[in-house]
Ligand binder design. Structure first.
Ligand code: AMP
Ligand code: GLY
Length: 428
């Protein structure tokens, strides 16, 4: 089987790593890929993730049997529709379903139709009306740009002034471009966050193990929001024996609703949850694997990922196809100093092989390139150093030992990935 993976981050490196383990796979190509994948002998072809026609042409000319889009952008641009039209199976939802991630308004509206618990909200297309609404409500409030904004379009405003500024930044100054033509203003939920991802075949949802991301840049959840500075699985806040119940609450009703609307959802449906005192509530949906949640999750996945993806596309998904090791896994992101703001590229990186050689460790490349055979940084998030362990604490220890093997000038990482989970387990 020949597979085309789309994307260039740590998530896509993990997908390539896992797909390569399938005996059914003969060849994997990645568009555009990165240095880490290239170094492992995977063919990287320079087609942009937003070039839907170029990607469809590539899939046809390379005679691929399966396309696996990593990031949300090609999905919201209709990569699945394009691949289906080209006769190539694609693991991901169509453009209609991808609006669950591409439009906060669409997601909120669908949650309403499907009866999924989420924060109360109001939607505005006019800045003055939004500001008048903010004035009438008590802070804190959460202000969200409707469209895709690379994880930056959400402002948790602690004061009325911050909320007014957020409305102005998003709607008037168009800080996130057209993504800000509409905004959603939400009640602020309180609790610990968890990620629940499910494989979906249009009618059946099979949950993966639970995971937790770390969105803030610095230790103690301080600092600006990032794409994610580390993740681990399982997340003790969402234990194994609660997963089916939560899937019934936040995933299956959405699947049933989309099927009713003649757009059965195929691929990964990911619910970002706030575990509140009133139960789990949905913060957002993603229509793809999370990055970096994907890296530790795939390290724990024992089943053949190609078999699962095939079953999702063919409508034959069943729980027996999806098995995880009871071990825990944890990934620490090594980022360039300054990320998520301005940062330097081209930093040399050493020690990756030493880290990989520790055993039960895999260094996934998020933003690297290959220069004269050497690995250099080429992005804000550079590596996701991921390890397995008998329990969360063991995985954490091993991941940080592996991080200690790696040297890169002007880099930083959080030193508390997994700490909330470890503390919760100790308390229990
Ligand atoms: P989103 O992209 O919608 O998941 O939002 C990004 C982050 O903003 C989430 O991971 C939460 O930390 C925070 N957030 C979003 N919505 C809310 C809310 N209603 N209440 C509290 N925090 C929120
Ligand atoms: N790690 C969160 C996301 O991928 O959206």
């Amino acid at each position: 089987m020949r597979i085309l993976v789309i994307g260039s981050g740590g998530r896509e490196h993990a997908l390539v790593w896992k797909l390569k383990q399938s005996p059914r796979v003969t060849d994997i190509i990645v568009a555009p890929g990165n240095g880490g994948m290239a170094r492992e002998g995977v063919r990287c072809i320079d087609v942009d993730v937003s070039d839907i026609l170029g990607l469809a042409k590539l899939a046809r000319s390379e005679k691929v049997d399966l396309v696996v889009p990593g990031p949300e952008l090609p999905l919201t641009l209709g990569i699945s529709n394009a691949m289906t039209a080209a006769g190539v199976p694609c693991f991901g939802p169509d453009r209609y379903c991808a609006q669950l991630e591409g439009s906060k308004f669409f997601a909120k509206d669908l949650m309403g139709r499907a009866g999924v618990p989420t924060a109360a909200c109001a939607v505005f297309e006019d800045a003055d009306a939004a500001k008048a609404f903010v004035q009438k409500r008590d802070a804190p409030l959460v202000v969200k740009a409707d469209g895709l904004a690379a994880g930056k379009g959400v402002i948790v405003a602690q004061t009325t002034q911050e909320a007014l500024d957020a409305v102005s930044d998003i709607m008037e100054k168009r800080a996130f471009g057209e993504a800000g033509s509409k905004i959603v203003i939400e009640e602020c939920l309180v609790g610990e966050e968890a990620s629940l991802l499910c494989f979906c075949d249009g009618k059946t949802a099979v949950p993966l193990a639970s995971a937790q991301d770390h969105k803030a840049a610095w230790d103690g959840d301080k600092g600006p929001n990032t794409g994610g500075m580390g993740a681990y699985t399982p997340a003790p806040i969402l234990p194994d024996d609660k997963i089916e119940e939560v899937t019934d609450l936040v995933i299956r009703p959405v699947l049933a609703q989309l099927a009713k609307e003649d757009h059965p959802f195929t691929g990964i449906l990911y619910a970002g949850l706030m575990m509140t005192a009133d139960g789990p509530k949905v913060l957002e949906y993603n229509v793809r694997f999370g990055d970096p949640e994907c890296q530790p999750l795939l390290m724990r996945l024992q089943s053949d990922l190609v078999d699962i993806m095939d079953a999702c596309i063919n409508g034959t998904l069943e729980p027996s196809l999806v098995a995880f090791t009871p071990k825990a896994a944890l990934g620490v992101v090594v980022a360039a100093e300054g990320y998520p703001g301005k940062y330097n590229k081209g930093m040399p990186i050493t020690g990756i092989d030493k880290a990989d050689a520790l055993g039960d460790v895999k260094v996934f490349h998020s933003g690297t390139s290959l220069k004269d055979g050497e690995i250099c940084s080429s992005g804000g998030r550079v590596l996701c150093v991921t390890a397995l362990g008998d329990d969360l604490e063991a995985a954490q220890k091993r991941a940080y030992k592996a991080v200690g093997c790696i040297a890169m000038p002007s880099s930083y990482y959080r030193s508390d990935i997994g700490q909330k989970g470890v503390a919760r387990l100790k308390k229990a």
